[in-house]
Design a protein around this ligand. Structure first.
Ligand SMILES: NC(=O)c1ccc[n+]([C@@H]2O[C@H](COP(=O)([O-])OP(=O)(O)OC[C@H]3O[C@@H](n4cnc5c(N)ncnc54)[C@H](O)[C@@H]3O)[C@@H](O)[C@H]2O)c1
Length: 373
C-alpha cells in the first residue's frame, strides 16, 4: 500500500482547514493510499502541541526548517501569512517535497516568478489554494460551457466583496503594509475571482484598472497613533480574454454587509450562468432556446449528479460547505501526485493569476491598458 506523510505549516484559519482536508480525504473518497498526518508546525509550542493532538498529527514542531530533510514527509501544506510563502515553498521544492501553498502566491510578482521557476526545476507537484473553483456547481458550469450550452462565450462578470475592512476603526495591522501584507484586496480576494475567470473562460490577456484605498489611515492598537494603509481596499478592472471575450472584475474588502460574496456571471450567445458563493450549492442557468413563454432562469441545486458531491452524501440538496471544497482540492492534489500529472492551479498557472492582480495595480498607477501575458 502506498503511503504519504503530510506536514501542515500554520494552525490558523487555513491551517485548520488543510488539517481537516488531510484527515477527511480518504474517508470521503476512499482509496488505498495511507495518509500519515506526520507534523503540525506553528511558532507557539504549547498551542501547536495541543492542536497537533486534537487534529491527529503524530508530532508538533515550531521550526519549519527542521522538516526540510525529514524523510517521513512527502507533502507540505503551507498556510502561513503571504510573506513566508516564497521562502518556504522554494525550500521544500528544493528537497523534493510536494507543495500545497495558500493563495496569493507571495508578496510580489518577482517572488511568484521565483516560486514558479523553482516548481519548474523540481519533480515535485505544486498546488495553490484556489478552493472555490472546486465547487461541484462550478465544475458543472464548466462542463455546460465546454459542451456549448451557452453558445460562444462573450462576457464574464465577477464581483468579490467582503466587509472585514469596512469599519474605519479596524486596527492597522501587518495586512495594511506592503512589506508584510503585499497587495490589499487584490491579493486577498481578486485572485480568487481571476481563478474563476481562467477556469471558466480562459486566460485574461489585457486589463485596464482602477484602485482605491478607502480608509487611508488606521488606528494603531494600544496607542493614539494612526498609521498609513499602504494597499488598496477596492479594485476594479475591464479585461479582455485570449478568446476575445470581454469582462469586468470588481473587488472590495470594505463592502458593508458582504461576508463572502463571490458573484460571477458567464454570458454566452445562447445563454448565461450565474453563481454566488454565499449560495454555493446553487447554479443559475438561463438557456435562450427554450420556448419564449417559458424562458427564465432556473436554479440547479447541486447533488450526486454533480461530482464529486456524491462522495460526501448521496442526498441531493443537503449541501456542501467551504471546508468540503478543501477536501475536494486535497483529493485533486493526491490524484496528481499518485498519477504524476500537473495539478490545477499549479505554480505556473498561479503565476498567470499573479500577473493579473499585480497588473491591475500597475494599470491603475499608469492609468492605461496593460498586456498581462
Ligand atoms: N483559500 C482561501 O479561501 C483562504 C482563506 C483565508 C486565508 N487564505 C490564505 O491562507 C494564508 C494564511 O491565512 P490565515 O487566514 O490562515 O492566517 P492566520 O493568521 O489565521 O494563520 C496563519 C498561521 O501561520 C502561523 N505562522 C506564522 N509564522 C509562522 C512560521 N514561521 N512558522 C510556522 N507557522 C507560522 C501563525 O502563527 C498562524 O497560526 C494566507 O496566505 C491567506 O491569504 C486563503
Amino acid at each position: 500500500m502506498a503511503s504519504l506523510g503530510v506536514a501542515v505549516i500554520g494552525t490558523g484559519f487555513m491551517g485548520k482547514c488543510h488539517a481537516m482536508a488531510w484527515s477527511h480525504v480518504r474517508a470521503v473518497f476512499g482509496g488505498e493510499t495511507d495518509i500519515r498526518l506526520e507534523v503540525l508546525c506553528d511558532t507557539n509550542e504549547g498551542m501547536t502541541k495541543q492542536r497537533a493532538g486534537e487534529a491527529g498529527f503524530t508530532r508538533a514542531e515550531t521550526d519549519w526548517r527542521r522538516l526540510l530533510d525529514d524523510p517521513r514527509i512527502d507533502i507540505v501544506s503551507i498556510t502561513t501569512p503571504n510573506n513566508l510563502h516564497r521562502e518556504m515553498a522554494i525550500a521544500f521544492l528544493g528537497t523534493g517535497k510536494h507543495v500545497w501553498c495558500e493563495k496569493p502566491m507571495a508578496l510580489t510578482l518577482e517572488d511568484a516568478e521565483a516560486m514558479a521557476a523553482a516548481a519548474e526545476m523540481s519533480e515535485a507537484k505544486t498546488l495553490l489554494g484556489y478552493n472555490y473553483i472546486r465547487n461541484p456547481a462550478i465544475t458543472h458550469a464548466r462542463k455546460l460551457i465546454q459542451e456549448g450550452a451557452l453558445g460562444r462565450i462573450i462576457h464574464f462578470r465577477g464581483q468579490v466583496d467582503e466587509d472585514y475592512q469596512a469599519d474605519e476603526n479596524v486596527p492597522w495591522s501587518w495586512r495594511s503594509r506592503l512589506e508584510t501584507g503585499g497587495l490589499g484586496v487584490l491579493g486577498d480576494l481578486t485572485c480568487h475571482l481571476v481563478s474563476f475567470a481562467h477556469f471558466l473562460v480562459g486566460d485574461v490577456t489585457e486589463i485596464c484598472a482602477d484602485i482605491d484605498t478607502v480608509h487611508k489611515f488606521r488606528p494603531v492598537p494600544g496607542s493614539n497613533e494612526k498609521r498609513a494603509v499602504e494597499n488598496e481596499d477596492i479594485a476594479h478592472a475591464m479585461v479582455r480574454f485570449e478568446s476575445g471575450a470581454t469582462g469586468l472584475l470588481m473587488a472590495s474588502r470594505a463592502a458593508h454587509g458582504r461576508k463572502n460574496m463571490i458573484r460571477i456571471e458567464v454570458h454566452g450567445t445562447k445563454g448565461m450562468i450565474a453563481f454566488d458563493q454565499e449560495r454555493m450549492n446553487e447554479l443559475q442557468l438561463y438557456v435562450a432556446d427554450e420556448p419564449a413563454a417559458e424562458r427564465g432562469f432556473k436554479t440547479i441545486l447541486t447533488g450526486a449528479l454533480h461530482p464529486p458531491y456524491g462522495a460526501f452524501t448521496p442526498a441531493p440538496g443537503h449541501q456542501l460547505g467551504f471546508n468540503e471544497l478543501k477536501v475536494i482540492e486535497c483529493k485533486h492534489f493526491l490524484d496528481c501526485i499518485e498519477n504524476d500529472i500537473e495539478a490545477y492551479v499549479n505554480f505556473a498557472e498561479g503565476l498567470k493569476i499573479e500577473k493579473i492582480i499585480h497588473g491591475i495595480a500597475a494599470s491603475a498607477a499608469s492609468r492605461r491598458w496593460l498586456d498581462v501575458r
